[in-house]
Write a protein that binds this ligand. Structure first.
Ligand code: UGA
Length: 443
């Protein structure tokens, strides 16, 4: 009989996993305690922006394979495999990962598990969580140890969530039995048939590999941004430097774009959690470099503010600054730890009038920072600006015509925080173009 899946937690990860597994042909029940979210999803409305996902959600709902509920009883009765996708945010003071949603989810589900099933953790966590949950479930579930635990970390990127779930680069499963492995092979039969590597590990490795991957990605970005600082000190050009490094296949160019640095709900949180947790484990020295990775990253935000200040003659007091982009990256409306919002607040604090625009993240940005001035379009944000700053590399900004935008601004000054524009084209249209890690004038 075909496996029936539940997905517990319908945030970014859970909603994507639910819609994608329904697309793979499974009967899927998504659960969330947020009734408004469940009603929206049941009507085919996504509570966040993710290209391609709404079409999949719609298809799943119309096929009858995908449904949503807020009842743990219904989920327990329905599922052979329960995927836990609840959020594991960062605790404000300690920097540790907050496991309270995960624990609440397991404690709500476990007492209702009366038949054999597999509970699969996907949320980012720290080592030890899976075995603690296994022990807790065995104690709370009427099915006892027949309610087994596995860990299956998720590596999807916002903006590419559908492709990363349907055609992942690898699937990792931390299991304690051949039966658990066999069930997960059945769930992922389609990607496995197309040759996706399937790595079977113990719990600890499966839990650690997720934060290790994010720590590496963050380090790669901060490495090239550290080189940008050297470029600024020497007059070298970091975009050329990155291009040359990227041709070495051992280094590779993917994930090494210099600029404003990383933000979002994952990389900053995960490197901080790993630093704190590594120190608690007595291996603080092994992860100390992550503090440096974080510092380099935050310095890039200051550097972009500094470039804007240089372009306005040394002071931003009373100046008008147009900001292009608020999301932490394009193809997302996520503004969690967004470098763009950070820069916006810093510029406002220096006494400038800020006018910001983003093609999709305006609502979320307004919620996060209601005091910013928001414009209705790119030209609106540029109107009367003494300096424009590109903070998120949306295609709309990449393709902007410097002449058209030039007619709106007070002064043709631009800081390209994401190396998204062609400096020659903008300079030819009379703009003073600056970008972190690149020489101030054409060479
Ligand atoms: C990241 C990882 O890439 C995923 O593999 C992981 O599953 C996910 O976190 C997670 O833990 O859930 P995501 O945060 O969606 O995914 O975005 P990325 O594409 O990694 O970008 C993160 C930040 O780094 C963005 O602010 C982006 O602008 C910046 N970035 C990325 C750069 O500055 N340079 C680059 O070369 C790449």
């Amino acid at each position: 009989m075909a496996l029936r899946l539940t997905v517990l937690g319908t945030g970014y990860l859970g909603a994507t996993h639910a819609a994608c597994t329904a697309e793979l042909g499974f009967d899927v029940l998504g659960l969330d305690t947020d009734e408004a979210r469940i009603s929206a999803l049941a009507e085919g409305k996504l509570p966040f922006y993710e290209p391609g996902l709404e079409a999949l959600l719609d298809r799943g709902l119309r096929s009858g394979r995908l449904r949503f509920t807020s009842s743990y009883q219904e989920a327990a009765d329905f599922g052979d495999v329960h995927f836990i996708c609840v959020g594991t945010p960062q605790q404000a003071v300690s920097g540790r990962i907050d496991l309270s949603h995960l624990i609440h989810c397991v404690e709500s589900l476990a007492p209702l598990l009366v038949r054999p099933c597999l509970i699969v953790g996907k949320s980012t966590t720290q080592v030890g969580t899976a075995s603690q949950l296994a022990e807790r479930i065995a104690r709370l579930a009427p099915a006892g140890t027949a309610a087994e635990v596995a860990w299956n970390p998720e590596f999807l990127r916002e903006g590419c969530g559908v492709a990363d779930t349907l055609r992942p680069e690898r699937i990792v499963v931390g299991v304690r039995s051949a039966a658990a492995e066999a069930i997960l092979r059945q769930v992922y039969a389609e990607p496995l048939a197309s040759g996706v590597p399937f790595v079977v590990t113990d719990f600890a490795t499966a839990e650690l590999v997720k934060v290790a991957a994010n720590a590496f990605l963050a380090t790669k970005i901060s490495f090239i941004n550290a080189m940008a600082e050297l470029c600024e000190a020497t007059g070298a050009d970091v975009t050329k430097l990155a291009e040359v490094l990227g041709h070495d296949h051992r280094i590779g160019s993917a994930g090494m774009r210099p600029g404003l640095g990383f933000g979002g709900g994952c990389l900053p949180k995960d490197i901080r959690a790993l630093s704190t947790w590594g120190a608690e484990l007595g291996v603080g020295e092994a992860v100390r470099f992550l503090r440096e990775v974080d510092s380099i990253n935050l310095r890039r935000r200051s550097r972009v503010v500094e470039l804007a200040r240089e372009l306005t003659g040394g002071s931003l007091q009373g100046r008008t600054v147009g900001l292009l982009g608020l999301a932490f990256k394009p193809d997302s409306d996520d503004v969690r730890d967004s470098p763009a919002l950070h820069v916006a607040a810093a510029i406002r604090d220096l006494g400038a009038r800020v006018s910001a625009y983003d093609p999709v993240a305006m609502d979320r940005a307004r919620q996060a920072d209601p005091d910013l001035e928001y414009a209705g379009s790119m030209v609106g944000a540029a109107t009367d600006a003494d300096v424009l700053i590109l903070l998120t590399e949306w295609p709309e900004f990449r393709q902007a015509d410097p002449e058209t935008i030039g007619k709106a601004v007070a002064k043709r000054n631009i800081v390209d925080g994401r190396h998204a524009l062609d400096p020659a084209q903008w300079r030819a249209a009379g703009w003073t173009y600056r970008a972190p890690g690149r020489p101030g004038t054409a060479q």
